[in-house]
Design a protein around this ligand. Structure first.
Ligand code: FEO
Length: 390
């Protein structure tokens, strides 16, 4: 597939992966992108997961025709992109690897001491590589998503090869081409969400470049409405809310907390909150829940006291949020406990390191099951949260 007349897609689709990166379900599979730049010199942009080496080298050879590659640019060493480096170097003995110093160190670790000492060009921020008419400019992008990452800007043809940046879950032949944001958001907050500051630093560099096409290592090539994608990345990486509304994240053991959550959701809708989303943390994909937690500007946490702590799915969920720097949101709590309710105190304690959280004045305490007192608390909380949107 041609991206431009001399940039050719040579990546692969993975329909077999059960858990991407060992923990993300990917119902639409995954794509490992790789690109060939056909100029006086030929460069290949990244390899693919080791399960697809043969297919990828086949794609590369088909795109090469009679030519051989001069360079393999390794932007990121996570195995979904670096898994075929050694096979590539064996298949193409004249090729040289171009990558960051840190990446060569990782190569040594992934490949049993192999660091391609005679066949490598280390590059850093500001270095360039001329292929002929294409000039590749290397941009350091540490922690987007590993420390060794470089992105590559083709300044002649205005193409940004963005490594994991602007990637999404989904194989090219299964993912909905008209819905980029849903799986890109889940991917972003799951995988890169902790590193908002580093993504902001790269966006600042990108703002100084004329970018016409973004070629990420996952998901579709972006060549239209780039302001939309850059804008979402700016929102996400600055931890601003993307959407106005309340997400209620809950667990319920026997259904009593669930009844409280359903009542609260109904009241929030009645009172005009623009969007109300309810997630049962025990029965939902945790990455979807994390995505919603960051998407909306208010969140209600509802759970049960359990083993002198809180219910495990809520504990895990809050850990996912805090390790990704959850901040700048309005939060409220619903707790349930049959003899010593203390879930609100525990949840607040877990969130205490988060910056710029606004705590609702009202909270809900259920002692086993709803009663008039807790229903009144739900009414008051709904009123307070709904007032945020008036
Ligand atoms: Fe797509 Fe961080 O690997």
């Amino acid at each position: 597939m041609e991206i431009t007349k001399d940039i050719i897609f040579v990546g692969v689709n993975d329909h077999d992966v059960d858990l991407f990166e060992g923990h993300y379900i990917v119902p639409e599979g995954m794509a490992y992108n790789s690109y060939l730049i056909n100029d006086e010199k030929v460069a290949i942009m990244d390899t693919v997961d080791a399960h697809f080496t043969e297919e990828w080298i086949g794609n590369t050879k088909a795109a090469l025709g009679e030519r051989t590659p001069d360079y393999l640019v390794v932007q990121h060493m996570e195995p979904d992109h670096s898994g075929s480096i050694r096979d590539f170097m064996e298949a193409f003995p004249a090729a040289t690897i171009v990558s960051s110093v840190k990446a060569f160190g990782m190569m040594r670790n992934f490949y049993e001491g192999e660091e391609f000492a005679e066949r490598r060009i280390p590059v850093k921020e500001g270095d360039t590589l001329e292929l002929g008419s294409h000039v590749l400019n290397f941009v350091a992008a540490p922690m987007v998503h590993w420390p060794e990452v470089i992105m590559t800007y083709d300044s002649t043809y205005k193409v940004l090869f963005s490594a994991d940046g602007f990637g999404k879950f989904g194989a090219h032949d299964l993912a909905d081409p008209d819905d980029w944001a849903c799986e890109a958001r889940r991917y972003y907050f799951g995988i890169v969400g902790k590193y908002g500051m580093q993504v902001q630093a790269v966006l600042k560099k990108a703002a100084g470049l004329d970018i016409q096409i973004i070629c990420p290592l996952h998901g579709p090539v972006l060549d239209k409405d780039l302001g939309y994608y850059l804008g979402l990345y700016n929102t996400w990486s600055s931890y601003a809310a993307e959407s106005r509304g309340v997400v209620i994240s809950y667990t319920s053991v026997y259904g009593n907390t669930k009844k409280a959550v359903e009542l609260l959701a109904a009241k929030l809708e009645e009172k005009g909150v623009p969007e109300v989303v309810v997630n049962d943390l025990a029965r939902s994909d945790i990455a979807e829940c994390v995505e919603d937690g960051f998407r909306y500007d208010a969140q209600v946490f509802a759970t049960t006291t359990f083993n002198n702590d809180i219910f495990p799915f809520m504990k895990e969920y809050i850990n996912h949020l805090t390790e990704r720097n959850y901040q700048k949101r309005t939060v409220a709590f619903v707790e349930n406990g049959s003899w010593a309710p203390q879930a609100t105190k525990t949840m607040k304690g877990m969130l205490e390191g988060c910056k710029n959280l606004t705590y609702a004045d009202n909270g809900v305490r259920i002692v086993s099951a709803l009663n008039d007192e807790s229903r009144a608390q739900i009414e008051a909380l709904a009123e307070e949260l709904a007032a945020l949107y008036k």
